[in-house]
Design a protein around this ligand. Structure first.
Ligand code: PMP
Length: 344
């Protein structure tokens, strides 16, 4: 049980210092001890709170941001929500240029948090002036004292995790961690955390989780961008069709690819076995651990830490909807939905 009850000045003081929770049942039969850094405990329900707060406070330190300034980004996902939340508390205008592919729920959520949302056409090239990249860039260049978070190409993304997530995990495991298994999207989480952990102990093995349809694993192995690796996939927030400079590939030892289907089932299994209601990529990270355990990566002395990036509430109409699972054909092989239907 938590020992201390204290009053916080505002919600931002609750960012970071997330719990490390032992994973007990889903890992039954695997060698080693398994722990999860559960980032849904951040007030914005994801690890992105860390980068939003860090990047914004760095800009404040440099004198770029002043009350009334503007913060710009190009995401409808977790980062957008976190930036909006930080902006509310600090009194900045938050402008998010998002793709027309973003769901209405997501756009409404951002607006609820006070963000101004520009919905930009999805099917135009990145260099088209109507694309969300170009719209964000234009707003940033035309707005004095504005900050463009640009999470895929901002080294402060990695630094946020180097300064917070890494030290927290080192402390929480009392330096006993042997493996870090983490999703890679922008790569900020895995590279920043890994860089810190490797500085403490170069033997800590760092394994990234990538999606089929993404270029990251191949790039890590060959240092070449292979567009043939790219095809659509379902998991959101993991993998990429470009090489983000926010990723330090040198601190990552290996990548593992996971499928949409197995990751979805594993996310659902985490809820039922560990009581953890988490996002799709948490299922992907856990799926990666299962595959690694089967390959014999861990032994009795392994202390494996994974990072679960966000909360399950954002996936109600996807992974946690039986209809969605059926539409994807994900129940065909396991016949889970059929088994759950009871007719009266
Ligand atoms: N999971 C989710 C749900 C995310 O939104 C992201 C961010 N794109 C990631 C994992 C990957 O984190 P990072 O960008 O730090 O690599």
């Amino acid at each position: 049980m938590k020992e201390e009850l204290k009053v916080y000045d505002n919600v931002l003081q609750l960012i970071g210092n997330t719990p490390l929770i032992q994973i007990n049942k889903i890992t039954k039969g695997f060698k080693g001890d398994f722990f999860a850094k559960v980032e849904s405990f951040n007030p914005g329900h994801s690890a992105k709170d860390r980068i939003a707060l860090y990047i914004i406070e760095e800009a404040e330190r440099k004198g770029i941001l002043k009350p009334g300034s503007t913060i710009v980004e190009t995401t409808s996902g977790n980062t957008g929500f976190s930036i909006a939340m930080v902006s509310v508390i600090k009194g900045y205008e938050c402008i998010l240029a998002v793709s027309s592919k973003a769901s209405k729920d997501k756009i409404d959520m951002l607006k609820t948090m006070g963000a101004k949302v520009y919905v930009c056409p999805a099917h135009v090239a990145a260099d088209d002036p109507r694309s969300y990249y170009q719209v964000a860039k234009r707003i940033h260049s035309e707005t004095k004292n504005s900050v463009y978070i640009n999470q895929y190409f901002n080294e402060l993304n990695m630094e946020a995790h180097y300064r917070t997530t890494g030290p927290e995990i080192w402390k929480q495991t009392e330096g006993k961690i042997t493996h870090l298994i983490a999703c890679s999207g922008t790569g900020g989480t895995i590279s920043g955390t890994a860089r810190y952990l490797k500085e403490q102990n170069p033997e800590v093995k760092i394994i990234g989780i990538d999606a089929y349809g993404s270029v990251l694993k191949k790039f890590h192995e060959t240092r070449e961008f292979d567009s043939e690796e790219i095809y659509p996939y379902r998991i959101e927030g993991l993998g990429k069709n470009l090489i983000p400079t926010a990723t330090d590939f040198d601190v990552i030892d290996q990548f593992v690819k996971v499928t949409d289907e197995e990751s979805a089932h594993t996310a659902r299994e985490l809820a039922k076995t560990e009581g953890l209601f988490l996002g799709y990529t948490s299922g992907a990270a856990m799926q990666g651990i299962k595959q690694l355990a089967e390959e014999g990566e861990f032994d009795e002395n392994s202390k494996i830490v994974t990072i679960f990036p966000d909360h399950g509430s954002r996936y109600m109409s996807k992974v946690y909807s039986d209809d969605w699972m059926n539409e994807q054909g994900f129940f065909d092989t396991k016949n889970e939905a059929a088994a759950q239907e009871i007719e009266f």
